[in-house]
Design a protein around this ligand. Sequence first.
Ligand SMILES: Nc1ncnc2c1ncn2[C@@H]1O[C@H](COP(=O)(O)OP(=O)(O)OP(=O)(O)O)[C@@H](O)[C@H]1O
Length: 253
Amino acid sequence: MAAVSETPAADRASTAEELLAVDSIHTYYGQSHILFDLSLSIDRGEIVALVGRNGAGKTTTLRSVLGLTPPAEGTIAKDGEPIDGLEPYEIRKRGISWVPEERRVFGGLTVEENLRLAASTGEGDQSDGFEDVYERFPRLDERRSQKAGTMSGGEQQMLAIARALLGPETDVLLLDEPSEGLAPQIVDDVADIVRELNEEEGVTILLVEQNAEMALELADHAYVLENGRIVHDSPAAELLADREAMEGYLGVK
Ligand SMILES: Nc1ncnc2c1ncn2[C@@H]1O[C@H](COP(=O)(O)OP(=O)(O)OP(=O)(O)O)[C@@H](O)[C@H]1O
């Protein structure tokens, strides 16, 4: 099992444009040191997977980027401009959006009401953005007046993604465990949504997943997190093909 790949992020094509650079961050919850000297790099247009076991620090990495749990040390830059230290709403304005782990759609509200609520917390008049969302996700258009709680898990995930895309344009979407709790067939549907967003809309994606195989099949590049440290960094296909690494790091047989 090679801890460091032959093609680490730092050696990727020099023509690629780095969109997000996380450099040597240390993040704490109170006195608990959670992330240790963590660095990762995402190029524009890529899907990057961040995988690892329960409690490895994946969500904390996203929270660090989003300014929700700011790192105590290290730097984070988007398009070469530092964003660490900014408030979460300022980071959102720089084009970084996220879909949190538990989807958090309001089950008692309709699809339209969920979108309106999300838009009302954004900036100014979002009515144009609405039609874009319905165009992008026709299944939500058909269900505008359906209560979100009565939709399938896959449709709820679609709504959660749609909400995240409202407001300032999204360059990079941070997705926290979009396959969680979904049946295998629905996981495939969610994977299709992620792929389309990336390929057709050009959204760069940082995908956090427990379902490592799903994530690695979608991703260009992969990082493995273990106890708050990056222990592997390689093209996703390289990790997926390395059965020893998959089992050792991720428990996938
Ligand atoms: N608010 C918090 N206060 C203190 N410790 C926390 C808090 N949130 C998470 N932790 C701890 O930080 C560590 C990393 O958690 P994190 O949620 O980032 O992991 P994860 O890789 O996303 O795991 P999971 O897949 O289970 O969500 C864990 O040990 C967790 O118990």
